[in-house]
Design a protein. Structure first.
Length: 133
């Protein structure tokens, strides 16, 4: 028996694999992930308080957004850790060893990705980390 969640992760993996095989960077992979989650750029913009134009520029790699922006976009779309990690890698983002904000951002992606963004920001503040917005 495979759960619906595992089936959806499998489908997401196939979409990401297709995006990877087309040798695309962040754009197609991010669009496949948000499509899988059923999140439009307009919905994401309202959720994370970043304009659609800014989201589009980051996704299309016309602007190199900061790591916190990518983490915010992944949390706002409620993407599981493995999907978020893949997208961060595709976009050329990485966590800096010894940077406590980055440590907490990784933690949030692993354990709090399904929480509302406002709750994630409150958690980050409690830890002494810089909130995502």
């Amino acid at each position: 028996y495979r759960s619906p969640f595992l089936d959806s992760l499998y489908q997401m993996g196939r979409r990401l694999s297709t995006a990877f095989s087309l040798r695309c960077r962040l754009t197609n992979a991010y669009n496949a992930a948000t499509s899988w989650r059923g999140v439009s750029q307009a919905q994401l913009a309202r959720t994370i308080h970043i304009s659609e134009d800014t989201i589009s520029r980051i996704i299309n790699q016309k602007t190199k957004g900061g790591l916190h922006n990518m983490v915010l976009m992944c949390v706002g779309a409620q993407l599981p850790f493995l999907v978020s990690s893949y997208l961060l890698e595709r976009g050329g983002y990485g966590f800096r060893p010894g940077n406590m904000d980055d440590h907490w951002y990784a933690y949030v992606l692993m354990y709090k990705y399904a929480d509302p963004v406002d709750e994630v920001n409150a958690f980050l503040r409690e830890q002494g980390a810089t909130p995502l917005f």
